[in-house]
Design a protein around this ligand. Structure first.
Ligand SMILES: NC(=O)c1ccc[n+]([C@@H]2O[C@H](COP(=O)([O-])OP(=O)(O)OC[C@H]3O[C@@H](n4cnc5c(N)ncnc54)[C@H](O)[C@@H]3O)[C@@H](O)[C@H]2O)c1
Length: 360
């Protein structure tokens, strides 16, 4: 993810009339071959294996930390205590307790902190938000939001830190993919009041890359059946985070159905928005999307958007908000929203363990 950030900064000039300039000046990683890769970025002046050295640099104002989840708390605290602003990665600490420690440090230091979640910056999700806010959906009937991966279907895929509780966290796949599923619902004010979670561990061991096998003890798939309050009514909201979703390489989706209208978007068909309208006949309209992003760029309106584009848009949102220039546009996940996601995931663990509904 560090290299993705470098790619976003490297084409910052495509943003139209943007109020803030951004330059990648320092990089920290433990792996020599990754540090080597960053040598091709002309603005980089420091390459180090010691994050404290990076944090001592007076040229560094903002730090993006993309490391395994067990390292979030320590590194985020180091960044804040060094007086730097932070774009944190999800899940924002390995668990709820850790997220609260980070939140306390943010309060004490007063630094500007947001958490990563880039897909809502694509044109499709932005149109979903507009459709909901237009009030044209009528009474909301149900919400379905999720993020699906498929590569773990292969039992020969080697183990990594995301498949073990000690490094990924007990929340497992919810920590990996959950923020992506909750960012838009939370921003629309849809906060679960209760949850019934179905968590699955599917492959319990994987090749360790050294000829043996290693345990995989994290939750692989999570379905969170929740209820949210909308205009005084309780509405079902299903959140899905899956590492084993057949055929779904990297599918982010959301669907909101109402009595008068509906809206559906999935990165599976990245330039397609589906809009439902209850007329004399029942009509789902298919709209071809272009490059209508929250932070305008030189890219023509008819051209397609992709992952690097929404990652750049997320960084633009971070920089604009930090400079007080968000001007009503969609912003990154806030620390409060990150805490709320951890509260939901902790409740989901409790629900699954007791096979019961848990109130939030
Ligand atoms: N926003 C997204 O779409 C997205 C996608 C993938 C991962 N992530 C998140 O990003 C974070 C990292 O995930 P990843 O997939 O990039 O993992 P990764 O394993 O590919 O990268 C982690 C990097 O951290 C480095 N590292 C580990 N310990 C370190 C230390 N002490 N000092 C400096 N560097 C250290 C490793 O060498 C490695 O290069 C996680 O929080 C993950 O949930 C976000």
């Amino acid at each position: 993810m560090g290299r993705e950030a470098a790619s976003a900064f490297g084409r910052w000039f495509v943003l139209n009339d943007f109020p803030v300039q951004v330059e990648l000046v320092a990089v920290c990683d433990l792996q020599e071959k990754l540090l080597e890769w960053f040598k091709q970025v002309p603005t980089v002046k420091m390459l180090t294996r010691d994050h404290m050295e990076l944090l001592r640099s007076p040229e560094v104002d903002v730090v993006y930390v993309a490391v395994p989840h067990n390292l979030h708390e320590k590194m985020y605290l180091d960044v804040l205590n060094a007086g730097k602003d932070l774009l944190a990665e999800k899940p924002f600490g390995i668990d709820l307790k850790s997220a609260k420690v980070i939140q306390d440090a943010i309060r004490k230091t007063g630094k500007f902190v947001r958490c990563s979640s880039e897909f809502p910056f694509l044109p499709g999700p932005q149109r979903v938000i507009q459709a909901v806010n237009s009030g044209k959906l009528g009474k909301v009937l149900e919400i379905h939001s999720g993020f699906w991966h498929a590569s773990d279907l292969d039992p020969q895929k080697p183990v990594n830190w995301k498949r073990q509780v000690k490094t990924c966290g007990e929340i497992g796949v919810m920590g990996d993919l959950g923020m992506h599923a909750v960012h838009v619902p939370f921003r629309l004010g849809w906060n679960p009041v209760r949850v019934y979670a179905q968590l699955q561990k599917i492959y319990t061991e994987r090749p360790d890359g050294k000829g043996g096998m290693a345990p995989c003890d994290t939750w692989d798939n999570a379905t969170l059946n929740t209820e949210v309050k909308i205009d005084g009514s309780e509405v079902p909201m299903r959140l899905e985070m899956k590492r084993l979703a057949p055929g779904e390489t990297n599918t982010w989706f959301i669907e909101v159905l109402g009595t008068d209208g509906g809206v559906r978007y999935s990165t599976k068909e990245p330039k397609t928005l589906w809009l439902f309208e209850r007329r004399k006949e029942q009509v789902w309209e298919r709209i071809d999307l272009g490059h209508q992003v929250p932070f305008g760029t030189i890219t023509g309106g008819i051209f397609e958007t992709g992952f690097p584009d929404c990652f750049l848009q997320m960084w633009a949102a971070y920089a604009a908000e930090r400079a007080g220039q968000l001007n009503g546009r969609f912003g990154c996940v806030t620390p409060e929203e990150a805490i709320r996601s951890h509260e939901l995931f902790a409740a989901a663990l409790e629900s699954n363990a007791g096979k019961k509904v848990v109130a939030l």
